[in-house]
Design a protein around this ligand. Structure first.
Ligand code: C2E
Ligand code: CA
Ligand code: CA
Length: 564
């Protein structure tokens, strides 16, 4: 693949550190045609310039006697070897200074007054080339199998290319051979090697002078190539060619591409990003190429973080259960009737996280079961505590995710809770969202029937958000209907939405179950619902979900009003 040295587009940069203007001019004349030349008037200025990492110097020409900071002092400070700095040529009339400079890491000398211009130029060229070769060789080794570079060499090479072509747009690509270990097992190591060798060869053919490649680990390839807007068809021939050469049909690849890499980040990160894009389509047989996107990456990282932190959060009790009251408004004054348990995550570093951010995530990977069990335990203990303290039963509804329904031990777990806390099944009510009914109707109905036989009461949550037909409703066993919040939100807006609310209330009446309106925020909403005959109200109008210490005030108030 490409050798950037042959590219005439770019010039290396040399830093001339010299206090006398006439000398700067002479050197500028000599070097200016082949190189970009920067100047510093003393060691201090040079120190600052060398530490500006946005500029790469291939060589430093250093005078020794200068005001502010001389050449020897600068060499001492730079400690060239340790910091992998550019090579330094010391310029001096004093031959005794040579030894000191060598010890301090200078690579060559120019004696003053200056030699012939061609000599100076030739020595600069030679030294630059020597250093570049050396740093590549020290990182060297090609991967013998694929013919591509080794990882260390690859990254070093990229850094060099970058120092000469910082403005050129580039793409980072990772290519993963799927189930490579299986290929090895099924066809033998030899065949596996042949796949890697051929892949390396084809990739070199595809990208030719447009990039470089390496094989960082067994079945992964990295490519660093000139930017392309799209990659349609670029990898198309790879699979057939592999099949033709190796005789193994349908070898699959996953390709992740980070386009127009962010040059302010280290090159290793570009490939992390490409790899991340590649991992996204793992197991998705409809997609071969995936592009990195900053936004999704940030989201994915956040989600990964939440998954990683969950166990610890459980043991640290960073998950807190809040309670939101439900009031019965059928009589002359609202009566506290029950509460809904709603989880909150007080993350020590990320702050308060709302369930909307982690419940769907934990539902997607099954962790929700653990979390819900925790919430149920907390809720049951709370019900018992209030029962003991106030001598009253305040049923609490807990949310049961559709994933929990698949848990064969669900009923046992719930019964166990009751036993431990000395509760009856009516004291823990179960909210199941309507969409769960449509996705797994038969299984769900069986489970729910069981639970009801045991004595639990089931509330259908978010009713009206899903697609359950009236027909289905009549066969589904439920005890309470919870109207979806969006009905309440729209109710005041137009007549039609209000009609829908009436319809839901009618359905509940037909099923002979009470209906709960949640998300009630205003007095007007409350009144209208009362007029329509909706008896149970949950919403900010009465209270937001609150921690148990705050919730007890609602109980105390209720008890106080009862007495008076
Ligand atoms: P949900 O079960 O429908 O819970 C009602 C949501 O509406 C709660 O949001 C509640 O805080 C909010 N809400 C209540 N009254 C009002 C109001 O007047 N106005 C507005 N704008 N919102 C109101 P939250 O606590 O953020 O929970 C969101 C969803 O997360 C819940 O919806 C439920 O699906 C899920 N969730 C919460 N806790 C748990 C849990 O312990 N287990 C499971 N599986 N899901 C949970
Ligand atoms: Ca709920
Ligand atoms: Ca709801």
């Amino acid at each position: 693949m490409e050798n950037y040295r042959q590219n005439a587009d770019f010039k290396r940069r040399i830093l001339v550190v010299e206090d006398e203007e006439v000398n700067r001019e002479i050197l500028g004349e000599i070097l200016g045609e082949s190189y970009l030349v920067s100047y510093a008037e003393n060691g201090l200025q040079a120190w600052d310039m060398l530490h500006d990492h946005s500029v790469h110097y291939s060589l430093v020409l250093l005078d020794l006697l200068m005001p502010k900071m001389g050449g020897i002092e600068l060499l001492e400070k730079l400690r060239l070897k340790e910091h992998k700095m550019a090579p330094v040529i010391v310029m001096t009339a004093d031959e005794t200074a040579e030894l000191t400079s060598i010890k301090l890491g200078a690579a060559d000398f120019l004696t003053k007054p200056y030699d012939m211009p061609e000599v100076i130029l030739a020595r600069c060229e030679r030294l630059i080339e020597l250093y570049e070769d050396q740093s590549l060789i020290s990182a060297a080794e090609r991967d013998l199998l694929s013919g591509l570079y080794s990882k260390e060499f690859f990254y070093e090479y990229i850094r060099q290319i970058e120092s000469y072509q910082p403005d050129r747009k580039k793409d980072a690509i990772t290519l993963d051979i799927e189930h490579f270990h299986m290929l090895n097992e099924m066809f033998g190591r030899e065949a596996g090697d042949e796949v890697l060798r051929t892949t390396g060869k084809i990739l070199t053919e595809i990208f030719g002078s447009r990039g470089i490649g390496c094989r960082p680990v067994a079945d992964v390839f990295f490519l660093y190539v000139d930017h392309a807007e799209q990659y349609d068809g670029v990898f198309a021939g790879l699979q057939e060619e592999l099949a033709r050469v190796t005789g193994i049909p349908r070898i699959r690849f996953r390709i992740g591409i980070c386009q127009d890499v962010d040059k302010s980040l280290p090159c290793e990160v570009w490939f992390d990003h490409a790899k991340h894009a590649c991992d996204v389509i793992r197991g998705d047989y409809t997609r071969q190429i995936s592009f990195y996107n900053e936004e999704t990456n940030a989201k994915d990282l956040y989600r990964e973080r939440l998954i990683k932190d969950m166990d610890e959060a459980l043991s640290h009790k960073d998950f807190v259960v809040y309670y939101q009251p439900k009031y019965d408004v059928s009589g002359s004054r609202p009566r506290l009737r029950s509460a809904e348990a709603l989880i909150r995550w007080k993350h020590p570093e990320l702050g308060m996280i709302s369930p909307g951010d982690f419940i769907p995530l934990f539902e997607s990977n099954g962790l929700i079961m653990k979390l819900d069990n925790y919430v149920w335990q907390e809720a049951a203990a709370q019900v018992k505590e209030w029962k003991d303290e106030f001598g009253l039963t305040l049923p609490v509804s807990v949310n049961v995710s559709r994933i929990d329904i698949y848990d064969p031990a669900l009923e046992d777990k719930l019964l166990d809770l009751l036993r431990k806390n000395g509760l009856n099944p009516e004291e823990i009510m179960l909210e199941i969202t309507e969409s769960a009914y449509s996705s797994n109707a038969q299984g769900l109905i069986e489970t729910v029937n069981h639970l009801r036989e045991t004595g639990f009461r089931i509330e259908m949550d978010d009713f009206g958000s899903g697609y359950s037909s009236l027909n289905m409703l009549t066969t589904i066993p439920i005890d309470v209907l919870k109207m979806d919040m969006k009905f309440i939100r729209n109710m005041m807006k137009d007549r039609k939405s209000q009609k829908l609310v009436e319809l839901v209330i009618d359905i509940a009446r037909f099923l002979e179950v009470p209906v709960v309106a949640e998300g009630v925020e205003t007095e007007e909403q409350l009144q209208l619902l009362q007029e329509m005959g909706c008896d149970i109200i949950q919403g900010y109008f009465f209270s937001k979900p609150v921690p148990p210490e705050e919730f007890r005030h609602f109980i105390e108030k209720e008890l106080g009003e009862k007495e008076s």
